[in-house]
Ligand binder design. Sequence first.
Ligand code: SF4
Ligand code: SF4
Length: 388
Amino acid sequence: MLKRLKVIVEKENIINKKQMLEDISTCTECEACIDVCCTYYSTENRLYSPLVRLQIINELLNEKEITQDEIQSIYYCTECGRCEVVCPEEIKISTIIADSKIELVNKGLGPLAKHNVIINGILEKGNSVNGDPEKRLDWIPEEFRDSEKFEDHPSDTLLYVGCLPSFLVKESASASYKLLKKAGVDFMILKDEFCCGIYPFNCGKIDIAKRIFEENINKFKKLGIKRIIVPCAGCYRCFSTYYPRLFGETDFKVFHIAQIIRDLIKEGKIKLKKVGHTFTFHDSCRLGRKAGLYGEPREILSECGIIIDELSQNRENAYCCGAGSGVRSIDKELSRKIGTEIIKESKSENIISSCPFCIFNLRYIAHKMNLDKKIQHISNLVINNIID
Ligand code: SF4
Ligand code: SF4
């Protein structure tokens, strides 16, 4: 059983309020960011626009009172970063919004009640999706169950599976594991993997995020981990950006499985059959806009002979799926509305993404629309077409 994480609640001062206010003051109210914001175009409510969020944060940081609706507006931001791409003043809008949640928590105004349910679940069960910890390893492919040695197989490479792949998009975990085995990559998996901690970080609960990060860092250090491979865009962002933000440079480097697959193809360790169909590809915000990983998944698709049905909004302008940063857990309907654009625009019945959370939300949307879409993780495309 997982031991309950003890968390000492303390105010966190990792944000630079003066800098945030200075950045906000450069806003010219040009309104360029409004129409591209997924929460605005899905609700047509200016309260849920980047510009108004910055105005709310300006009030918050100047010690003015803000309303419950305004707090909700901050928490409705998916941190997709689409607004930043068009801002002529180059204001880091999504980072300012993310940091304002830390201030909301410091002032006792956040997170919202539903966020706390998930956070408590993480502390109790070690995962963000209310999964039974006893079933966390159910994704391990049948043929490897008896031979898997977990930490008893020393390696400096860790396949860190993540909560969504472990419980809700299990086939993405199995496929990532199998393809690494097939390509002869030496790696270990953890018997008692704990959530990466992105959820509390995104809610502004830095004290809890810090505690989780620290536990994971210590575990990785003890095992001598130098390389972490993840199938999830959220885990990728958390390990590559949030861990260093709280703890400085880490001993390990993080790679998304798409980067690893692309390299394995180049080294001739993975060979793929030519599928020869048209597939839609969705760039997840956390791998695309936030990390610039646009090419790797497209190279893999093209190696499969797939013609990519590019959405009208792709790469740095890609639509957000609507699920991230705790939004889906507080308003599933808003996440559904936001992600609908992707499903509506997709001309192919096959959609590929590198993010299990996008896949989970897009599947839900397609199901609600009674559409027969096959929405898969890039690892599943690879494992289904790998030449032995
Ligand atoms: S990060 Fe995304 S959801 Fe948040 S304000 Fe910007 S465009 Fe809107
Ligand atoms: S695009 Fe930038 S400058 Fe224009 S309103 Fe939005 S935040 Fe302000």
